[in-house]
Design a protein around this ligand. Structure first.
Ligand code: DHB
Length: 391
């Protein structure tokens, strides 16, 4: 068959398909849909705002073609309610036939969706939620955020090397908080430190006043804190108001508390707070400088660690679609495993065995530069796997 004749035949076939109303099915086969579920409203809305902005930046920079097809992103708001996340995931899989699910602002939303990913063989890219066990909830989960054991162990190592012997822990009372408390306390104890008390606040509408009074009474060298993104500013305000900083109790935290989304408005009480995390907007690399400049130009706010999880999540999906030539299901999942790339946070690997992220964890201190507050990295632990996977 010569090529001219081939064109004539396919042209005729296309015309016939249109005539019989098949254009819709044809268009669908050429479009790869990604179903993103985020808390765009409610208590976790800053997470949704950051990830949505990062996804839009990725698309603006990389176009809407991957795996030889057109990519369409569908964003749904679950308001951080796990029953809603599950229902939206079901609709995206059944009605929209998405090739991948993505987003997941909090652990309960990710855990509610994992069985749907397994049953429908749909890769599920967790861009935010950070409880270690999420990757074990479905073989279709791939994570581009971080885990709380990664952040907590790094900080405990720093604390014991820096004359912090007696600590109190304070965490949000759910998955990531349990992980943060357990891994921080275990490593402190292993290193000869002492955990005087373990305090918890509810995920929804926490009141920090009663626990801060307990911290004051216990008079530890330092208070270790994990709170989810969005609660840091309120906590920091009350920590200052109750004079804990003046009482000589050092504040150390996972980077969720000194969140770049809120840090600049926290005021001087945040100065000197040491935290550990996988991303700071102040990370000193050419890739990050480009990312932050483009993000701020598009959004007029600073990207935080949630934005980077979303940006890299899109990268993992695009890379996998390209490598698999637009495959679905297990073939797409397999193309996500083992990816190695330079993120704005630094070098990262999607561990092929665990499907979790391996990355550098940085120790940072809040400093003022040119009138703005930043998490300035001063030490790092290279290529840390999730310590939660060994148990
Ligand atoms: C989770 C949510 C957060 O906002 C965060 O900073 C860390 C973990 C979570 O629910 O897994």
């Amino acid at each position: 068959m010569n090529s001219r004749r081939f064109h004539l035949i396919t042209g005729a076939a296309a015309a016939a398909a249109l005539a019989f109303g098949m254009h819709h099915a044809h268009a669908q086969a050429d479009t790869l849909k990604i179903g993103v579920i985020l808390p765009m409203t409610g208590q976790q809305a800053s997470t949704g705002k950051q990830i949505d902005a990062a996804i839009k930046l990725w698309m603006a920079q990389n176009g809407n073609k991957a795996g030889g097809k057109t990519v369409e992103v569908i964003v749904k708001d679950d308001a951080g309610i796990p029953d809603t996340t599950r229902r939206l995931a079901q609709e995206l899989v059944v009605n929209d036939k998405v090739v991948a699910l993505a987003g997941f602002g909090i652990t309960p939303s990710a855990l509610a969706t994992a069985p749907i990913a397994t049953q429908s063989k749909t890769p599920m890219v967790v861009m935010a939620a950070a409880t270690s066990a999420i990757t074990a909830a479905s073989p279709y989960v791939v994570r581009t955020s971080f885990t709380l054991p990664q952040a907590a162990v790094g900080l405990a190592e720093w604390a014991t090397k820096n004359k912090i012997g007696k600590v109190v822990t304070l965490v949000a009372d759910y998955g990531p908080g349990n992980d943060a408390e357990k891994y921080f306390a275990e490593r402190m104890t292993l290193n000869g430190g002492k955990v005087l008390d373990k305090l918890r606040t509810p995920l929804r509408s926490p009141d920090f006043a009663p626990v801060l009074q307990k911290v004051r009474d216990a008079a530890p060298d330092a208070l270790f804190v994990f709170l989810p993104s969005g609660q840091g500013a309120q906590f920091m305000k009350q920590f200052g108001e109750r004079g804990l900083d003046k009482a000589g109790i050092r504040l150390i935290a996972t980077g969720d508390v000194t969140d770049d989304d809120q840090l600049n408005d926290m005021g001087d009480v945040a100065l000197g707070v040491v935290s550990s995390h996988h991303y700071s907007a102040a990370h000193d690399s050419p890739a990050n400088k480009k990312f932050v400049a483009a993000f701020e130009a598009a959004n007029k706010f600073r990207p935080n660690f949630m934005a980077v999880g979303g940006y890299d999540g899109m990268r993992v999906i695009y890379n996998a679609l390209n490598a698999s030539k637009g495959a679905r299901g297990e073939a797409l999942l397999n193309a996500m495993k083992g990816q190695l790339f330079e993120s704005p946070r630094g070098p990262v690997l999607i561990d092929a065995q665990t499907r979790d992220i391996v990355q550098d964890i940085y120790i940072r201190k809040v400093e003022k530069k040119n009138g703005q507050l930043w998490n300035i990295e001063f030490d790092s632990i290279k290529q840390m796997k999730d310590p939660g996977k060994s148990k």
